[in-house]
Design a protein around this ligand. Structure first.
Ligand SMILES: O=C(O)CCC(=O)C(=O)O
Length: 278
């Protein structure tokens, strides 16, 4: 069981230890990309991330923001918080539509190949002054997935800048393998529960400032995190997570996976339909 301070979307260390995982960076091998440039693919392989790619124009993202405002208000009224809307594509048609968005999927295919499953959708909404940071971590360390070939598209719902605690990456840290971490289960200020101590000695962090409607993309082994939002401006991002369909999921996580491109030969991923409710 997770400790009371640890949210339910994080598997326990004991559960994860039951799964043998291959946690190494697997570079993108696409030779004929359709949307990204070859230089972008090289940069992703070298640095572990891309940033500043526009997916939604100003009008589209304003509509998405209104939708999220309403979803957040309902979540708070029901006793949740601004970080508790996870695996939202299984319950909300509008989020399913973002996960399967054709512009986004064409970019992800250039990194992961033809057969792709979208399995994660989690809002990280930092309210002004909420005091929550995301400590330095590697996503693959949290996930019952093997091999580690997942990427996250982080969609800016609000403008994200240093002022309101945009994400920070440590470039090239995805080449370092699975790093040692300490558990911070009783640290109420960390949205998650792992911290790679001394992360900043592994490279100079970059601030990932984005305009609303843009995405950054990061490898599941890249060290990243974010400070607490001490500004008066909300900072909401929607993480959309993908991997090739050949990746195996334990702990029942295959139930979350929607085939967004190509085929899943083995039928491992459940591929649920679009939820009827927004
Ligand atoms: O939005 C943030 O500040 C953190 C997001 C994150 O950790 C992730 O995308 O895995």
């Amino acid at each position: 069981m997770n400790s009371p301070a640890t949210p339910n979307f994080i598997p326990t260390t004991e559960d994860l230890s039951t799964i043998e995982r291959d946690l190494r960076f697997h570079p993108a091998t696409t030779t004929h990309p359709t949307t990204l440039t070859r230089q972008q693919i090289e940069a992703f392989n070298r640095d572990g991330y891309l940033r500043g790619i526009r997916i939604f124009d100003a009008e589209e993202i304003a509509g998405i923001r209104r939708y999220f405002d309403d979803l957040l208000a309902k979540t708070l009224a029901a006793g949740g918080d601004s970080y508790s809307i996870a695996t939202a594509h299984l319950r909300h048609g509008r989020v399913y539509d973002m996960l399967t968005n054709s512009r986004l999927v064409s970019i992800i295919k250039d990194l992961l190949g033809e057969n792709v499953v979208g399995w994660g959708s989690h809002f990280f909404c930092k309210m002004p002054g909420d005091g929550k940071r995301v400590s330095w971590h590697q996503d693959s360390s949290y996930w019952p997935l093997t091999p580690s070939m997942a990427v996250t598209a982080w969609l800016a719902i609000d403008d994200a800048s240093v002022e309101n605690a945009c994400m920070r990456y440590i470039p090239r840290s995805h080449h370092l393998g699975h790093l040692t971490y300490t558990l911070s289960e009783n640290d109420e200020s960390n949205v998650l529960n792992q911290t790679v101590t001394g992360a900043e000695s592994l490279g100079e962090p970059v601030n990932v400032e984005l305009k609303a409607g843009e995405i950054s993309i990061h490898s599941d082994l890249l060290l990243h995190g974010s400070e607490a939002n001490e500004s008066k401006k909300r900072r909401c991002g929607l993480t959309l997570r993908y991997c090739p369909t050949i990746v195996r999921a334990g702990l029942g996580w295959n139930a979350k996976g929607v085939i967004v491109s190509g085929r899943d030969e083995s039928g491992h991923w459940a591929n649920p339909p679009r939820p009827q409710t927004d």
